[in-house]
Design a protein around this ligand. Sequence first.
Ligand code: OOB
Length: 542
Amino acid sequence: MKPLSQIWPEEFAARYRARGYWRGETFSSFLRERGRELPEHIAVVGGGQRWTFSELEERAEKVARGMLALGLKPGDRVIVQLPNIPEFLSVVFGLFRARLIPVYALPAHRIVEIVHFARTAEARGYIVADRHDGFDYRGLAEEVRREVPEVEHIVVVGDGGPFTALDALPDSAAPLPEDADPSDVAFLQISGGSTGLSKLIPRTHDDYIYSFRASAEICKLNTDSVYLAALPVAHNFPMSSPGVFGALHAGSRVVLSPSPSPEAAFPLIAREGVTITGLVPPLALLWLQAAPSTTHDLSSLQVLQVGGAKFLTESARRVKPVLGCTLQQVFGMAEGLVNYTRLDDPEEIIVSTQGRPISADDEVLILDDEGNPVPEGEAGNLLTRGPYTIRAYHNNDGANARSFTADGFYRTGDVVKRTQEGYLVVQGRATDHINRAGEKISAEEIEDHLLAHPSVFDAAVVSLPDEFLGERSCAFVIPQGDKPKAAALKAWMRTRGLADFKVPDQVVFVDAFETTAVGKVSRKELRASLRRRFLEAVEAEK
Ligand code: OOB
């Protein structure tokens, strides 16, 4: 099994410790501390359950013992694919306690993605819910085990069917392992996958805990705060910005909503007195639309965070008047760097920027394509390095060479400007992915699938502006032989075992792709030119 590591050069690590960012806490040590300080305080609410901090800790220990009794060994990786239910937290804290390594998958992921995670992480375990949103994950687990037999241990929250139910995990009196070293990798997060398949992001206890502890401070969380996880918690944003972990670290209550829709979330806000939540822009628009006519009392809400994709200034301006709460823009990435507008910033900064970094030691470079700094205030490529930004992906030399500079800066792929006050304004991006309502889709990955269709000669996938999604995916396809119908091609994509959000929103058939005199244009130029010509044609028809 390939060892997991995330290593900062010693001078950096020493500085991050000396400045108090890395405090030597682990996931288990902080939960234990909250359990001691706030034993009867409600920590987690969801799915008809309410757990106190001490109950969460007890449940986590039980999971830890059970997973080890199954035969898993500290250091083994376990894919966790759970919706927003309290067991998400007892399971991951249980894995941390047993020194097993969670690999976070989204509920939307299907066989192709899970098999990819299982292979690249060399997972030995997989934890799913029995059913969620009309889908039976036990069937998926059976397929995964057929394709990757090394995924020996499958555990199901709810009715286990052919597998072990979480509630029926064996008990064992064997002592639990010592706490992890804080500089150890705690879990593997999934990258947005801007080129090809998702990469695995190893995050350490030290670096990740710093990011959510500092985020909780920026969001002024305390033991009276109530954080609503509306987006799927496996996402970095609702997980750690400040997310469920930042909330628990601050001794706040976490409320888990099964869906981010106003219908599901509004009653929870009213019932639990939710003070803060986070949304992607399309959902924020939906909430703004639904709030004026709701019968639910939303007055407890103090902060609405919006991030994951660009929130346009005109929409941002409506948050305060419509919802009566403070907007916080969040611009972050699973690889590390997170920017926030601060709660007491002037309204103009809040509505027109994507915030500034968490840490005084987040180094931000804005460079032109030749790698030179752009003049102050101009747009350029964002590179960053700091106390919670990774230096490498897991076991992926190619991606590491592309994504990191020799001196350890992460190339975010985002194009940004910096204001005089030091706030970042996202202008766009240099990489070819589609940011579909906050879900990142790799053009390359989808093109590869389309090329597997017998009637597809070539395909190029691009993002198009979309009023609701922010961006939608459009596949330009050169057919061969019998031209399929667009709907049939989409339906076929659905059978490929991919997350549904990756199925192209639109398919446009073309006769040929442009080539230049010297030969084929690069995929990147080709995508840009297809997008440009398509948008020009739409404009001309108006
Ligand atoms: C968050 O994380 P990821 O890893 O799913 O995606 C990161 C990318 C960024 O590089 C950027 O392209 C885009 O998502 N993005 C934004 C944005 N927030 C993220 N683009 C424009 N405006 C924003 N506010 O999406 C993520 C992680 C932690 C906190 C928040 C978001």
